[in-house]
Design a protein. Structure first.
Length: 398
């Protein structure tokens, strides 16, 4: 009697598997199982069957991955693209399996069957995808590079892996984030790049952090196509500034955006909050310059040290302000009919020109090929007005 009862119970348990699940579990290849799962997902009896079906895909992908990885380890010829592709597939399906594996069963209880097993056996696949990302990026396959790097990065945050000891010790998350963003930018997917780079912003390596900020700000800028995009960009930049208040790249990008969008009051408020940042002085100088308050602008620009990365632009802007002051003086003090000035005013005018000349010559020294600022025409005109014919002719062909 006892044997009969046990037999009936076993038969009942077996009968619980749906035909759809049985077909998936019998599949011999990943492609076959994947197609059956896609076609019959809604026919699976419950979440537990869905978890088991996705776990079947994990096993098939892992078998194919391990076959190539074993050849690699014993230094036999192996198919790297197949190895990386199956590592990626194993991770994708393991995370989908986890989603269903963590749902309550018919009795309302959560009894995961695959969590520990998949967490333990998929570490090698995670390592493989970051290596696959490197190879794809080297081969200029930026789409695949992004997929692999972002998989490595995002899997670390997934519930399947988040509590694993090897994740807690993983120092490559920021690196994967950096390269995922880089691949997305090269693929011109700026929204994906913007999202991918967040982990790299907080990496322990200053080189990775700085590069990530460059990439993220570039991607955010390139995402602007409409007025709504520009408004969102400004809003996102303010959030980034609140999060990284001491980052000059963020400060500069936000300041540029406010300046370009004529949001002078907001820019002045930003500068007052960061009064010790030299960039604040530069922006205040630019605001004054745009408002033709040249003395105020010159005073602001003069506080910027020569060591500042933007000093070339600063000294050029200061030169322009000084030249404009000379022009205003000339307009105010010239005879309206002859254009002549009194000897005293002529001397003051030339003193103003000489003051501007010093800054333009500094700009010339810093940027002799005019790659950043166009100093030649303005400096030539100063030489002309000062009567320095030799220096004027020297710049004639520039």
């Amino acid at each position: 009697m006892m044997m009969a009862i046990m037999f009936v119970a076993s038969a009942a348990a077996f009968a619980g598997d749906s035909d759809a699940l049985k077909a998936i579990l019998k599949a011999k290849t990943y492609a076959e199982a994947e197609q059956l799962l896609k076609t019959n997902l809604s026919q699976l009896a419950n979440d537990q069957e869905k978890a088991e079906a996705y776990n079947k895909l994990v096993e098939l992908a892992l078998d194919a991955f391990n076959e190539q990885d074993t050849k690699r380890m014993i230094q036999q010829p192996f198919d790297a693209p197949v190895m990386y592709d199956n590592a990626y597939k194993a991770l994708v399906n393991a995370m989908e399996c986890e989603k269903y594996d963590q749902l309550p069963n018919a009795k309302g209880k959560i009894k995961p069957r695959f969590h520990s097993k998949n967490q333990d056996r998929l570490n090698a696949a995670r390592i493989a995808v970051i290596n696959g990302g490197v190879e794809a990026a080297n081969n200029q396959d930026n789409k695949k590079g992004y997929d692999y790097f972002s998989m490595y990065m995002n899997s670390a945050k997934h519930p399947l892996f988040a509590d694993a000891e090897y994740i807690k010790k993983d120092s490559n998350i920021g690196l994967a984030s950096y390269y995922a963003g880089r691949c997305a930018i090269l693929n011109e997917d700026y929204a994906a790049a913007t999202a991918a780079l967040d982990d790299a912003l907080n990496d322990t390596s200053a080189e990775i952090r700085n590069g990530a900020f460059e990439f993220k700000l570039y991607a955010m800028n390139r995402s602007q196509k409409t007025a709504a995009d520009s408004a969102k960009f400004l809003s996102d930049m303010k959030e980034l500034m609140a999060k990284y208040p001491d980052n000059d790249k963020v400060f500069g990008t936000l300041g540029d955006a406010l300046l370009q969008q004529d949001k002078t009051a907001e820019l002045q408020e930003l500068c007052s909050k960061h009064a010790n940042n030299p960039l604040a002085g530069i922006y205040l100088g630019m605001i004054a310059m745009n408002e033709k308050k040249y003395d105020e602008a010159i005073a602001a620009f003069s506080k910027i040290a020569p060591e500042h990365p933007s000093f070339l632009q600063v000294v050029f802007n200061r030169a322009v302000c000084k030249l404009n002051l000379a022009g205003e003086f000339q307009d105010k003090n010239s005879n309206k009919n002859t254009g002549a000035m009194t000897p005293d005013n002529e001397a003051k005018f030339k003193a103003l020109l000489n003051d501007a000349r010093v800054d333009f010559e500094k700009a010339r020294e810093l940027d002799p090929e005019q790659q950043t600022v166009r100093w030649a025409v303005l400096l030539r005109n100063i030489y002309y007005n000062l009567g320095d014919e030799a220096k004027y002719k020297e710049l004639e062909n520039l």
